[in-house]
Write a protein that binds this ligand. Structure first.
Ligand code: ADP
Ligand code: MG
Length: 463
């Protein structure tokens, strides 16, 4: 077997495929690294199991044909999941300071980035792809983001990431910005929709709208965070609409984030809505247990502290809402460990985090409570609400509880649908619409809802 150097063979195969596929496609799906080989099989690393499934389905045959063609004999490929972030010891090994250099092959590690270019004024330097753990909840979004970082403005324009709080939207968006900023001379602007709005208002006041327009219409990559803030801001929407068109026509990349699907935004002009929906819209889901575990391990590695795996497992199990909460729990533990100068054990973790673990948002508690309170109010059972029954005495309370859930929790329509007997998110959207319509025609309904919400909150506070 020694006559073939499989690693070089793999490089050549990649080169050839790169020449054959379109750039975007290659950037997105050929994040494949050589691992090892036997006579008949080459093992390739892929960043996540989602990615693996996709690559297998789309490209395995193609890759094998290419290899066979090059070698003149049959060779197969196998894929192994190796989340990049977890295995790249080079970047994280043992240093207690955060090392913000990139993992790209170009060996950027030898020259500190700061020596070449000042940090980008609006981007956090730790919001980079290397620190973003790819899990099943975000693999599509992060692969698309990486592809966009590599080729801004070529496809997926705009790119819109949506999902609940703390799920990694800002991090991913800024990772695109950082990537472009570090690897090119393109002009990148990051701004929240709120600051964009304020700046615009100020510009009007100061008679500086021309300068404002110039600032945002001559960038290569425009990142606007949390566009749900634009609801009801009609003039700012108008301005953004024109900015959008100018950038779109010039093939400049736009990235937006939003806390819900664009279709669920209210008080947004139709033409702006259709622009947002034009490119690629992807959602971030709450992370699975495995992903939560991987994220914690990653942070621990970066912090260079010692926390036993049982503790990591305990936190991953108990903090399931989002990544921000997960980080907060970890920070609390680390602070405690530093303070008392003792290693963290399962007991100390349990003790230190008991409030966090008990907080209602940590489990599906509030959702269950909503169901329980509403069911009780209408003399039904929770199972009725989750059931397929379509009688009016059940349909209405069911729609009402979905509506209330959307009003007072961060759950996405998908999650709410799940909790109500595995219904589709469109059903939830429809339910909310129905209730909104009813509130308009029946003013007493709103006060019923308000008193239900009060009961739910009281109940929640007690449990
Ligand atoms: P959002 O904008 O959706 O509210 P953020 O991007 O602010 O969420 O993420 C919250 C925190 O969680 C940040 O500190 C971020 O670095 C971290 N985080 C989110 N997703 C990941 C991930 N996949 N891997 C590592 N850290 C993550
Ligand atoms: Mg954010």
């Amino acid at each position: 077997m020694a006559e073939w150097n499989y690693e070089i063979l793999w490089k050549e195969t990649m080169n050839q495929m790169k020449g054959e596929l379109n750039e975007q496609e290659f950037a997105m799906w050929f994040n494949l690294e050589y691992l090892s080989a036997t006579e008949q099989e080459i093992a390739i690393a892929v960043p996540s199991s989602f990615y693996k499934d996709q690559v297998k389905q789309r490209y395995q045959g193609y890759i094998e044909n290419k290899l066979t063609e090059l070698m003149g004999k049959e060779v197969s490929v196998s894929f192994e999941v190796k989340p990049k972030n977890q295995n790249d010891d080079k970047i994280l090994s043992g240093s207690s300071e955060k090392n913000y250099q990139k993992t790209e092959k170009k060996d950027v590690s030898e020259k500190p980035k700061t020596a070449e270019k000042p940090n980008h004024p609006q981007l956090r330097k730790d919001y980079i792809f290397d620190f973003y753990v790819i899990g099943d909840n975000n693999s599509f979004a992060s692969n698309a983001a990486l592809a966009i970082g590599r080729n801004p403005g070529t496809a997926y324009n705009p790119f819109l990431i949506y999902g609940g709080v703390g799920l990694g939207k800002t991090h991913l968006m800024q990772a695109i910005g950082n990537y472009v900023y570090d690897n090119s001379n393109m002009k990148v602007i990051y701004i929240t929709a709120e600051s964009f709005t304020n700046e615009f208002i100020q510009a009007i006041r100061d008679n500086q709208t021309a300068a404002f327009k110039n600032k945002y219409r001559f960038v290569d990559v425009l990142l606007i965070d949390d566009i749900h803030f634009l609801q009801k801001k009609l003039e700012t929407q108008e301005e953004l609409f024109h900015t959008f068109n100018a950038l779109y026509d010039a093939n400049k990349q736009m990235v937006f984030t939003c806390d819900r699907p664009v279709s669920e935004l209210k008080n947004l002009s139709d033409r702006l809505r259709s622009r947002f929906e034009r490119g690629l819209n992807v959602d971030l889901q709450p992370p699975s247990y495995e992903t939560r575990f991987a994220i914690l391990k990653k942070k621990i590695e970066v912090e260079n502290v010692h926390i036993p795996d049982e503790v990591v497992a305990l936190v991953s199990k108990n903090v399931s809402t989002n990544i921000r909460d997960l980080e907060a729990a970890l920070t609390k533990l680390i602070a405690y460990a530093k303070l008392v100068g003792k290693p963290i054990t399962v007991e100390t973790a349990q003790q230190q985090l008991k409030d966090v673990f008990a907080s209602p948002r940590q489990t599906n508690m509030s959702l269950e409570i909503i169901q329980r309170v509403v069911a009780e109010y209408f003399s039904l059972s929770v199972n009725d609400l989750k059931s397929k029954k379509k009688t009016q005495n059940i349909v209405f309370p069911r729609q009402l509880s979905m509506y209330i859930t959307r009003e007072i929790t961060e759950y996405s329509t998908t999650e709410v649908g799940q909790a109500f007997g595995g219904r589709d998110h469109t059903t939830v959207m429809h339910a909310c619409q129905k209730i909104e319509d009813k509130i308009r025609s029946d003013p007493t309904l709103d006060s019923t809802i308000q008193s239900l919400i009060r009961m739910i909150k009281e109940y929640n506070a007690k449990s």
